[in-house]
Design a protein around this ligand. Structure first.
Ligand code: SIN
Length: 561
């Protein structure tokens, strides 16, 4: 499997990842130049495809931007960047208009209810989720992500300025610092493995947008699809970008508890429509959430996930239950068609049966440190969507704020790149550097003799991350995790340098790197706050220093990729 000869490609924009952030940025960027999108499987293999809840946006006269900002900051345990939150929330209506212009359908009240007055018929059906004080979530039933992907993908396919490379797995960013070029650290493009032809190609670009999504696969149980390995975060770290807030990994409280369901998500919107969490205590099903928070089953997600975990340990049960039986079958089928059908396929009729649920890893609130425009500290490198960390989510993301952030920051990033291009024209573009980007070299690498190393390490990481770095943490468990990841990382690095790369090896290397960043950040944070809950650390109070934990790769001498 030695790599075949490689090709070189050039574009104005190189976008790595094909979820909402990548495709929306591509559509916007195509107005200013040529765009290449790299995606490691097919375009629709992304987290966005699975988004059920929707997009939070102030739409109703009873709501306002201040309410949405306050809810975001309360959920984020005070660690949100307030200016960023205000800016994203105020920009939401314009970005929603962009989606409507592109042809995205959001559910209207008339699609769900009958006998409504004429003046309400065209209104959108606004959903509610944990931590939101108002109804403000635009959705398309419970397949909002699928609808978004349908429209954005079609728009990209029919755009002659956009070229999509499927089965192209980014291996590493090409950064001037790693190549030893003079001047500041600039991102010049990326190397990518075509996993069908098994060849590594060079993609050179004026701007690189990381839009690789989340990292849920770092945990044993996750609502994320298999592609979510945190690769953009790992690549950015290797290119000397700053990485922030990695200790804040969000666990979704309600994934279907069934060995065959692969942590299928039961949207928080179901609780928004009145579903109650219950625990089996002896022979009764008890509503327990009021004990933990005034908002009961609709408390912010970190609180609900911890409460479930605690109740499971107290009662010795293996799952909690979601009770939405107060709604009729016909209503549930209209409002949650996908969840209804999926639960039924596992033998649960939502209108009659309690749904067994457990928490699972869901969303990485940390990521590549950026400003409101997705700009990283590496020149020409942007991070947009879940891979980035603007500070919007703070210590815990408010439900349905992530698709919104992806839209706003992608749009801002393109606008920022345009400003940078204009500045360069004004300043007269400096003479092109004589430095030549080398082709990818496999060196003396040979094909791996024992693939079991990859699969064993993959399993081991995900298991100890779940057991030691999960919903409840202790310092001892974190230290145990650190010792293990250090050893595994060494083994993987040897493997990486000695053997020809494969898609599995790239994923494992990145997953291990992200796991280590989560552990290091969790060890560095001294208070328990939001999603980071260490039993040995005091709860952060108002006087606590609420600084971000930021990681950056130390300078090293190894410069090749
Ligand atoms: C959900 O539908 O519960 C997930 C929405 C989100 O994570 O924002």
């Amino acid at each position: 499997m030695v790599h075949k000869s490689s090709k070189r490609y050039e574009s104005d924009y190189l976008i790595i990842g094909s979820g909402i952030a990548g495709l929306f940025a591509a559509i916007k960027a195509s107005e200013f130049g040529s765009v290449i999108i790299l995606t490691k499987k097919s375009v629709t293999d992304c987290n966005t495809m699975w988004a059920q809840g929707g997009i939070a946006c102030v739409m109703d006269h009873d709501d306002n931007f201040e309410n949405h900002v306050t809810d975001t900051i309360v959920a984020g345990a005070g660690l949100c960047n307030i200016k960023v939150a205000e800016s994203i929330i105020q920009d939401a209506p314009s970005r929603i208009n962009d989606l409507l212009d592109l042809g995205i359908n959001f559910t209207r009240i008339r699609d769900i209810e009958t006998g409504i007055s004429n003046d309400k018929k065209n209104d959108y059906d606004l959903g509610k989720e944990g931590g939101h004080s108002r109804r403000r979530i635009l959705h398309n039933g419970d397949i909002t992500g699928k609808e978004i992907m349908r429209v954005l993908y079609n728009a990209c396919k029919s755009n002659s300025n956009i070229e999509i490379f499927e089965s192209f797995h980014a291996v590493d960013l090409i950064s001037s610092k790693r190549l030893g070029f003079s001047g500041g650290n600039q991102c010049l493009g990326a190397y990518a493995l075509n996993s069908v032809s098994n060849s590594v190609h060079t993609f050179q670009s004026k701007f690189v947008f990381l839009a690789t999504g989340g990292a849920g696969k770092v945990y044993l149980y996750t609502s994320n699809p298999d592609v979510a390995c945190g690769e953009g975060i790992a690549m950015a770290y290797r290119a000397y970008a700053k990485i922030a807030n990695m200790e804040f990994f969000q666990f979704h409280p309600t994934c279907l508890f069934n060995p065959k369901a692969k942590a299928f998500l039961i949207s928080e919107a179901v609780r928004g429509e009145g579903a109650i969490l219950k625990i089996r205590d002896k022979d009764k099903f008890v509503d327990f959430m009021k004990k933990y928070h005034v908002l009961g089953s609709l408390a912010p997600r970190d609180i609900v996930a911890r409460a479930i975990d605690k109740e499971l340990k107290r009662t010795g049960q293996s799952c909690a239950y979601l009770d939405v039986t107060h709604h009729s079958e016909s209503y549930l089928q209209k409002r949650f068609p996908n969840i209804f059908a999926t639960c039924l396929s596992f033998g649960f009729n939502m209108s009659k049966d309690l749904l067994p649920v457990v928490p699972a890893a869901h969303y990485c609130c940390g990521g590549v440190h950026t400003d409101i425009n997705g700009k990283t500290c590496v020149e020409n490198l942007f991070a947009i969507g879940e891979v980035g960390c603007t500070g919007f989510h703070g210590a815990n993301r408010l439900a349905s704020n992530s698709l919104l952030e992806a839209l706003v920051v992608s749009n801002n990033a393109v606008a920022q790149s345009k400003r940078m291009l204009n500045d360069r024209v004004k300043k007269e573009t400096p003479k092109k550097s004589d430095d030549v980007i080398p082709d990818w070299s496999s060196g003396d690498a040979v094909d791996a003799d024992e693939l079991i190393v990859i699969y064993h390490n993959w399993d081991e990481i995900r298991r100890f991350m779940w057991d030691y770095v999960g919903i409840y943490r202790t310092t001892k468990r974190l230290q145990r995790a650190k010792t293990r990841i250090r050893n595994i990382r060494k083994e993987i690095e040897h493997f990486y340098w000695d053997f020809t790369i494969t898609a599995d090896l790239i994923e494992l290397r990145n997953l291990a790197s992200v796991a280590e960043m989560i552990i290091d950040s969790a060890l560095a944070r001294k208070d328990s706050i939001g999603l980071h809950y260490n039993i040995d650390s005091p709860l952060a109070n108002e006087s606590a220093e609420l600084k971000e934990v930021v990681l950056q790769r130390p300078e090293t001498t190894r410069v090749s990729s």
